[in-house]
Design a binder for this molecule. Sequence first.
Ligand code: ADP
Ligand code: ASP
Ligand code: MG
Length: 427
Amino acid sequence: MRVVVKKFGGTSVGDISRIREAAKLVVRYRAQHPEERLVVVVSAMAGETNRLLALARSCSSNATARELDMIAATGEQVTIALMAMALTDLGAKAESLTGAQAGVITTEQFMGAQVERIDTARLESLLAEDIIPVVAGFQGLSESREITTLGRGGSDISAVALAAALEAAACYIYTDVEGVFSADPRICPDARLLRRISHEEMLELATLGAKVLHPRSVLFAMRYRVPLVTLSTFRSGPGTWIVNEGEIMEAPVVSGITHRSDEARITLSKVPGGLPDGLQRLGKVFADIGKAGIPVDMLTQNRGADGLLDLSFTVPDEHSSHCLELCQALVPEIGAEGAGIDRNIAKVSVVGVGIHAHADVASKIFKALASERIEVLMLSTSEIKISVVIPRKYAELAVRCLHDALVLAQLASGSSPQAEARAAVSH
Ligand code: ADP
Ligand code: ASP
Ligand code: MG
C-alpha cells in the first residue's frame, strides 16, 4: 500500500471556501493516483490558535501549560471535522481523527511535547478500507492520557511524523507560498523559489526564522528518510523538495537569507576575567542560566584596556526578563559592574552549504550592511551559516540588502549552473 501524507496549514484552511478548495485538491490527486492511499493532516484555521490562547489569557494570567494545551488543541479539532465533511461532499470516504485517536503518543511536556511514537493500527485499518483519515496536526496524547501540543507551528511535525510511521512515499506540506524561497517572499519581492534544498540548509533556515517549515519536521524527514516537499495550496507549481545534500550536484554558495526578531541581548559589564577565577565566575553565570532552562544562543566577550570583560549573549524574548534578573542577582558575586538588556535587536542569517569554502562571504556581508549603514552588534558562524545581530528596526532592510549582495549577485555572475536554473523560476 503506497501511502502519501498531505498537510494543509492555517491559511489553506482559513475559511470554508478554502477548506473546499483544499478538499478538491485532495480528491483530484486521488483520481490521478488511484493506487495511493492518502492521509490528510490539518492545522487550525488561520488566526484560531492565537485567538484561543488570547481567550485563555483574558480569563487568567496564571493558566497552566496543561490548560493552555487543552484549549489550543481545540482549533485543529474544528478543522478535521470540516475537512472530513468537505471531502465526503465531494464523494470521497473520509473520517476525522484527533491526534489521540490517530495514535500520536507524546511526552508530557505541555506546549512543546515531543512525538514518542505513533500507534498506526487505527490509521492502517482506515487506509485498508480506502477511507481518508483526516488527522488533527499539532496535538497528541501522553502516556498518562493528557492532551499535549507540539509547540507553535507543530502541524508540520505531526505530518512528517505520521509519514515516517506509515513509511509514506512522500509528505506534502501545502502552504500559502509556492515553496521555500531564498528569503521570505513577503519581505523580499526578489526572492527566488528554490527547487531543492538540503536538509541541513533547511534546518538552519527554519531554526533561524524561516517559518515555512518547522525545524523539527525537517529533522524527522532527515532521520526517517521521508521525502518532503512544500508547495502552494492555491497555485500549482513544482514546490521545493527537501533532499540529502548529496542529491544536489552543484549547490550555490548561499541558498537563503532569514531573520528572527524574538531574541534579546543581555550584557554583563566589566567582569573580572583572569584565570582561573574569572573563567570559573563565567562558568557560574551560565550554570545558573542553564539550570533555569534558559537557552543561550550567540555569545561574545570583549576585553577592555582595563582587562575587564564585557560579556554579551542572546536569549529568547520570553526568557529575557528572567535571565536579566538572574544576572543582576549575580553581579555582586562575580564582581561585575552591572547587567543590562537590549530588546531592540534582530538576528539576520545567511545560510548555504558553500559558505565554509568561500572566505569572501563574511566580507560581502559587512560591505552590504555598511552600504545601508547598519551596525553589526554580534556575529557567529558555523559550517553553513553566518549570523549577525543588528538593531531590530533594520531587520527587513538587512534581509533585502544581503539578498541582493549574496543571492542575486551570485545568480548574475552565474556562479553555479543550478543557481542559474533556479533563477529561471523567479517568484
Ligand atoms: P502554514 O500556516 O501553512 O503552516 P506558515 O505561516 O507557518 O504557513 O509558513 C508560511 C510562511 O512562511 C509564508 O507565508 C512566508 O511568509 C514565511 N516564510 C518565511 N521565510 C520563508 C522562506 N524562506 N520561504 C518561504 N516562505 C517563508
Ligand atoms: N495551529 C498551530 C499554530 O498555530 C499549529 C500549526 O499551525 O502548525 O501554531
Ligand atoms: Mg506553519
